[in-house]
Design a protein around this ligand. Sequence first.
Ligand SMILES: Cc1cc2nc3c(=O)[nH]c(=O)nc-3n(C[C@H](O)[C@H](O)[C@H](O)COP(=O)(O)OP(=O)(O)OC[C@H]3O[C@@H](n4cnc5c(N)ncnc54)[C@H](O)[C@@H]3O)c2cc1C
Ligand code: SF4
Length: 494
Amino acid sequence: MGKATGFLEYEREEGRVTSPLERIQNFHEFHALLPMEEQQKQGARCMDCGVPFCQAGMMIAGMASGCPLHNLIPEMNDLVYHGNWAQAYVRLSATHCLPEFTSRVCPALCEAACTCGISDAPVSTKENERRVIEYAFANGLVSGDPPRVRTGKSVAVVGSGPAGLAAALLLNRRGHSVTVYERSDRPGGLLRYGIPNMKLEKSVIDRRIHLMEQAGVRFVCGTDIGKDLTGEELLSRYDRVLLACGASQPRDLDVPGRESKGIHFAVEFLSHVTKTLLDSDFSKLPDEDVKGKQVLVIGGGDTGNDCVGTAVRLGAAGVMQLEMMPQPPAERLPSNPWPEWPRVGKTDYGQEEAAAVFGSDPRRYQTTVKEFLADENGSVRSAVLVSLRPEKDEATGRLRMVPVEGSEEEIPADFVLIAAGFTGCEAYSADTFGVTISARGNVDAASDSCATSVPRVFAAGDMRRGQSLVVWAIAEGEAAAKAIDESLMGYTNL
Ligand SMILES: Cc1cc2nc3c(=O)[nH]c(=O)nc-3n(C[C@H](O)[C@H](O)[C@H](O)COP(=O)(O)OP(=O)(O)OC[C@H]3O[C@@H](n4cnc5c(N)ncnc54)[C@H](O)[C@@H]3O)c2cc1C
Ligand code: SF4
């Protein structure tokens, strides 16, 4: 512990955030970093607790508490405090191979479990992490880790999201020849075409891909496994295959009028926006469908928030976001004590922006759509909303949300985005290998061995655990790399 009284002396400080009205003028990141000396003080706030829950990454009350990668957080924070940035990078890399992504988009499970957070603001570990990795990039400390010796073994990774990238990086570092197959035109998975550019600049992905290519990883984009190449073909060419195709099957709405024009799935919309921006080098705004429209976003989660922020940037005339569940409390309830993940309400960037532009928070809780109404051209023009109330399901004992009779209300909506979650992986990517899929729609594989029901085929990331977080995808990719290495070499030193 660098400074015994750091947590008493220094307040939590974060890098400057551009104001909502200013940042919606473009699609660029808006979180600046603190100056180096200020960041060091933030490292000094870490108390190096005897039991650092921040790095535990364990399940408590069914929710993850602490960092799933088990980053050595107190050690990294101490090195930050001492300004030993190079060594801090070494510590961070011991557990984490892609910190430039989590330090931008992670919900910071570490900070929710920080001891400082019991009575005060938690240590800003996520920003410390970003300062460390950006220092490392700026000072040429990050390489693609080219191996000194090649093992003569080959691995195909299907899917280039964070799980596939983490696995490919480690397997290549170990000396195996790695080819990553991606059906999209660019690598990155949801990092590229899902998470909007203002949350994660796509140049951050390109920077990493470039290093990985230099180190020998081969990326084959525009190739859809199960359509352009079969599972059998891949297994005949490679010693091992890792399936990391994500869980991109969107949950739909089964209501009258759903077939109307102008109703889209969230990721389809977000991908189209990012692709247009990237293809035009940020000179073209894909605003033709959204500008001047009343946008309705169905789904109160992070994806819905990304849709709100994107619609605001594209000039929507109004945005409403529906959430089926009741509004969460502002502070932890006694039934949800530290270090459990806090089930509290938060206002994310998109909601802040909508409030700044339209004067109020766009969210409506305990509400869903009962029906869409279309105009004479078949384009959606309005939605009939209905309020919901919680009711105990006698069979399961669980609460479910049921419609409140007579609460129907018609609102104008001429552009609708469905962000209601995902139901699992797309079956064809699994079926081409014949791997078993669970009742929840994910590939059946144990979390440690990552082995599927088919020999030599492994699975990781959202495709195995269901739609989750970038930090979990990276943890899964790292675990899969170890399992594959062990199966190839008889042991692993990854
Ligand atoms: C809109 C949105 C915003 C999000 N924001 C956050 C956030 O802020 N923070 C956070 O932690 N998490 C966020 N998430 C969740 C996070 O992005 C995912 O959990 C994570 O990307 C999963 O990684 P993955 O590698 O398992 O799969 P993915 O990132 O989904 O990548 C899978 C890749 O496989 C490719 N693929 C699929 N099938 C095939 C095939 N047959 N052949 C070839 N390629 C194939 C796909 O094209 C894709 O590129 C968000 C998710 C969404 C949808
Ligand atoms: S990866 Fe996420 S949970 Fe882990 S230390 Fe970084 S910000 Fe915290």
